[in-house]
Design a protein. Structure first.
Ligand code: ASP
Length: 338
């Protein structure tokens, strides 16, 4: 009898012990899930360039046009990401829309070279595969960001320039236009002003970019621009240079920059931010502020950037009068210029 009761105790003890184990497993599963839930389902940022944004210097209604364009670009990315689409698609599709806006300095509405031409640069990078594509100095590709994506997806190369890029783009089905497609009177007048009053600097605001984190944890970044007003024929800025104006790494962050390209190239701004995150104990915001407000500013480089890290933190610092920019997550949306 005594033996039976001690066996009963043992069985009861075992049952309770098992129940305890199961419940503590559930708890740790819960906290694991909680960690995953803490990263937003998606984060999407867009910029429309940094520069001088004094209200007196903007044509009437322009600020609203900027805000509306960024809002629309955010919605394009938001729809793709909400439906389980990729960070890469969100970036490309939003930038196509921005390139088609005549008041932004990318695609139609790009600034002019000193010779009165539009030479366009763009790049895109996939943080999951570390693949990238870029085009530079192109004059006939309607949407350079799509050509950059095709260089990444359909060629063994990363960066194609000039007529080689244009021929490749035509061969893979990109829309080709006459160079006059990119003409806008406003940008041409800006060139005339700069050339009459040299060396008064003209504002180039309007470069466009996007960065995204999708629900699978993949990061992507893209940037597209006409460069800088009165630039020398053949000059290529930071926007199509991987590591300068654009970078994405699933183990670090996704970055798109805007500003005085020569400085972004020399300071490898986009890669520098990613490297700081990976190799230093710092936050995305601290690292980005250090680059934009100290390193670049002290060197005389004006501009800003948008960035998202692998945990969904984001930042949008600039050291200029303003930067057209916006963010959307499943819970939050904000669009600003100043
Ligand atoms: N970064 C671009 C360039 O230097 C211009 C800009 O972002 O405003 O080509």
């Amino acid at each position: 009898m005594k033996k039976l009761s001690s066996r009963c105790h043992f069985v009861l003890f075992s049952v309770f012990f098992c129940l305890f184990l199961v419940s503590s497993c559930k708890d740790s599963e819960r906290s694991f899930n909680k960690e995953r839930v803490e990263r937003p389902e998606f984060v999407f940022l867009v910029h429309g360039g940094a520069g001088v944004f004094h209200p007196d210097q903007l044509p009437e209604g322009r600020e609203q046009e900027y805000l509306d364009a960024v809002n629309e670009a955010l919605s394009i990315g938001e729809e793709i990401l909400t439906n389980g689409g990729s960070a890469l698609d969100a970036v490309e599709k939003a930038i196509i829309f921005l390139e088609d806006q005549p008041f932004l300095n990318a695609g139609k509405g790009a600034v002019f070279t000193a010779e009165g031409k539009n030479e366009l640069d763009a790049s895109i990078m996939d943080g999951q595969t570390m693949n990238a594509g870029a085009v530079g100095g192109v004059t006939t590709i309607k949407n350079p960001i799509t050509a950059a994506r095709k260089v990444m997806d359909q060629s063994p190369h990363v960066f194609l320039v000039g007529s080689g890029a244009e021929q490749f783009a035509a061969s893979v089905g990109c829309e080709i236009v006459d160079p006059s497609h990119f003409f806008t009177q406003e940008r041409f007048d800006a060139l005339m002003r700069v050339q009459e009053a040299n060396p008064i600097p003209e504002d180039n605001r309007g470069t466009v970019g996007a960065v995204a984190l999708d629900r699978y944890g993949n990061l992507a970044a893209g940037t597209s621009t006409g460069g800088m007003t009165n630039k020398r024929f053949g000059r290529v800025g930071d926007s199509p240079i991987i590591g300068a104006g654009t970078y994405a790494d699933n183990n670090g962050c996704a970055v798109s920059g805007t500003g005085h390209g020569e400085f972004f190239i020399r300071y490898a701004v986009a890669y520098d931010l990613n490297a700081k995150l990976k190799y230093q104990v710092t936050s995305l915001e601290t690292a980005a502020n250090e680059i934009i407000h100290h390193k670049l500013k002290e060197a005389g480089g004006s501009g800003g950037l948008i960035a998202i890290d692998k945990d969904g933190n984001y930042t949008m610092p600039f050291n200029t009068g303003g930067m057209i920019r916006g963010v959307v997550t499943p819970k939050y949306r904000k669009v600003e210029v100043y």
